[in-house]
Design a protein around this ligand. Structure first.
Ligand code: FES
Length: 168
């Protein structure tokens, strides 16, 4: 999805229109709160503010309850996420092999702090505690792709590889 396709809180009517199919397919029961939020998150890579109200109306529950769940889970976000999530492992094995300097280099190259998203919505930078690939430490993942034995010197190459090239 390109960034222009991501709805904003300023366009609640469009959002209601876009989410019609999802609401139609979701029974009006509070137990569907989390799955519904997960579906919206995966569709837009975040939860537009207006969607919380729509979810509350659909499930007939208070908006405060929707908000509480939306802010509780790390996988849900009220701010737009990048098309690609760069995760830097700061677990023990990765930390001992220089993960902090890899994180610094990524942060500088992308121009965002950990937890941030680039203005073009291309990348979100996150830290995690163990990606389960300690033998490859330090490890960075970009969506499903794993980069092992990362160094600050390989950061530019990683960003180049993960940036789509315009056709000539
Ligand atoms: S500590 Fe980094 S992958 Fe396990």
């Amino acid at each position: 999805m390109n960034p222009e396709a991501v709805p904003t809180a300023e366009a609640p009517e469009r959002l209601a229109f876009d989410l019609q199919d999802l609401f139609k397919a979701t029974p009006r029961h509070p137990r569907f709160l989390l799955p519904l939020l997960q579906d919206i998150q995966s569709r837009y890579r975040y939860l537009p503010r207006a969607s919380l109200k729509l979810v509350a109306e659909h499930l007939q529950i208070p908006e405060s309850r929707v908000y509480a769940v939306a802010t509780f889970y790390k996988a849900l976000s009220l701010t737009p996420k990048g098309e690609k999530t760069v995760k830097v492992c700061l677990g023990t094995a990765c930390h001992l092999r220089g993960a902090a300097s890899v994180l610094d280099a990524l942060s500088r190259s992308l121009g965002i702090p950990p937890g941030g998203t680039t203005a073009d919505l291309r990348f979100t930078l996150e830290t995690v505690n163990c990606l389960g690939a300690c033998a490859l430490a330090p490890v960075v993942t970009v969506n499903e792709r794993v980069y092992g034995q990362m160094t600050p010197g390989r950061v530019a190459e990683l960003i180049r590889e993960e940036t789509p090239h315009e056709a000539d």
